[in-house]
Design a protein around this ligand. Structure first.
Ligand code: NAD
Ligand code: UDP
Length: 312
């Protein structure tokens, strides 16, 4: 049966890719966004679809809709964006999430909360399993995002326990791909855009810190499977377990593009996690999911997208 699905943050990077998938699947899709980091061009190709609707709204204000499922993706994800107005970031993941859960309670809708590997902070356990409680600085520059997302998880679990609300929590690790805002300051968008312009590649610190990168299509497979299954409310890690240092990443991107860019080293931002890599044993067993797209393939698709955007 066709479902009505609300995607908050639907004009952002992940949200717009998700809306497209759900529209193509035949669901009735409502995209709700305040356009803080989202872009109209991400969803402009969907506006004429009979099963797609766009609402400009902030989740910090109550929503009055009738829906069957909610993917709660609203929240800026790049560090410069979420640190631009930290109090707003906290409100989005607290007041906003209460509004989303309240809407779900009234409609008896199932909610998927887009949580993050940032709940593990600068982890002392490697790779990170869902059972690890994390190492977050509660008063550092990343805390507005990290602690907000931790409260959001707590709200989901408590609505589930108190009101039997159907919740699903995914902890998303660094994801990249088409429709990432080229100016959002995240590492893959920065490096590719610098390399395409033959500008210096800005590696922060000595570049030995690691991340593991999941291509958006893989992420969506995992996220949708999580929404559809009934075995667990989570949290479940979704990410690619292949780990790279930022120096390796810079070198790889320069090589693939054949760029003349050279690496330049800049100050490491405060509280930047040194290592990050998901343990995806749980996702493999519960969702029968693991990523299929390797970094080189995903980077090629992303580079192609940015080339078109820049008319190169
Ligand atoms: P994004 O910044 O591209 O998208 C976020 C969207 O939410 C934007 O369209 C923005 O305008 C909207 N938004 C922000 N605050 C809002 C509010 N108060 N009300 C309504 N809309 C609001 O980021 P993304 O990478 O697409 O991330 C989507 C979600 O996934 C976020 O919740 C993020 O925390 C989570 N996540 C993403 C990653 C990643 O690597 N991409 C990793 C971990 C978690
Ligand atoms: N980073 C970098 N150069 C950049 C942007 C980011 O070296 O131009 C580093 C950053 O310090 C971090 C990693 O890349 O160690 C990933 O940063 P991003 O902002 O993409 O995500 P997050 O830190 O939230 O994982």
């Amino acid at each position: 049966m066709t479902k009505t699905i609300l995607v908050t943050g639907g004009a952002g990077f992940l949200g717009s890719n998700l809306c497209e998938r759900l529209v193509n699947r035949g669901d009735e899709v409502i995209c709700l966004d305040n356009f803080f980091t989202g872009r109209k061009q991400n969803i402009s190709h969907l506006l004429d679809c009979h099963n797609f609707e766009l609402i400009r709204q902030d989740i910090v204000r109550p929503m009055h809709l009738e829906v069957d499922q909610i993917y709660n993706l609203a929240c800026a994800a790049s560090p410069p964006a979420y640190q631009f107005n930290p109090i707003k970031t906290i409100k989005t993941s607290t007041v906003g999430v209460v509004n989303v859960l309240g809407l779900a309670k009234r409609c008896h809708a199932r909610v998927l909360q887009a949580s993050t590997s940032e709940v593990y902070g600068d982890p002392e356990v490697h790779p990170q399993k869902e059972t690890y409680w994390g190492n977050v600085n509660p008063i550092g520059p990343r805390s507005c995002y990290d602690e907000g997302k931790r409260v959001a998880e707590s709200l989901c679990v408590n609505y589930h326990q108190e009101h039997k609300l159907e919740v699903r929590i995914v902890r998303i690790f660094n994801t990249y791909g088409i429709r990432m805002d080229p100016g959002d300051g995240r590492v893959i968008s920065n490096f590719i855009n610098q390399a395409l312009r033959n500008e210096p590649i800005t590696v922060y610190g000595d570049g030995s810190q690691t991340r593991s990168f999941c291509y958006v299509d893989d992420l969506l497979d995992g996220m949708i499977s999580m929404m559809e299954q009934s075995e667990t409310i989570g949290p479940v890690n979704i990410g690619n377990p292949v780990e790279y240092s930022m120096k390796e990443l810079a070198t790889k991107i320069v090589e693939i593009i054949g760029s003349k860019s050279k690496i330049t080293y800049m100050d490491l931002p405060k509280d930047d996690p040194k290592q990050r890599c998901p343990d995806i044993t749980l996702a493999k067993s519960v969702l029968n999911w693991e990523p299929k797209i390797d970094l080189e393939t995903g980077l090629n698709k992303t580079i192609e997208y940015y080339r078109e955007l820049m008319n190169l």
